[in-house]
Design a protein. Sequence first.
Length: 138
Amino acid sequence: MSCPNYKTLCPRLIISDSVTFDGTSLVVNIPQRAYENNEKYCIIVAQSIPTTTTIGAPVVITIGEEETQYPLLKNNCTPVTACAINTRTRYSVIVHTNIQSGVFSLIGKIPCSQCAVAAPSLPITTTQSTTTTDSDNG
């Protein structure tokens, strides 16, 4: 028995069409198609992150030509921020929809990011400095 000399990509592998910063959010645009509720997809961020992106900007996903932005959430339901996203990286997500909108929710933890910053305590005052921690990675 011989092995086939070709392989096909998983139909749930999604390669981004563009990555932009709109002044508020890091926008990852993915190809137009139906992304079904409770289904797993693997999104690859193929383009470079714009250098003008604010590290704390929330990451959102747009589909095709549509302008609707769907939040990218960590597995603990908090928003993923721009500093946690890397170019040429695969992110496993599950789509969750409701009657009006939806979200893309990460499966598992985000790979180590370079800019996880946390305040030392709450409430946050202007005199407190922030410190780098690994607690923001998942």
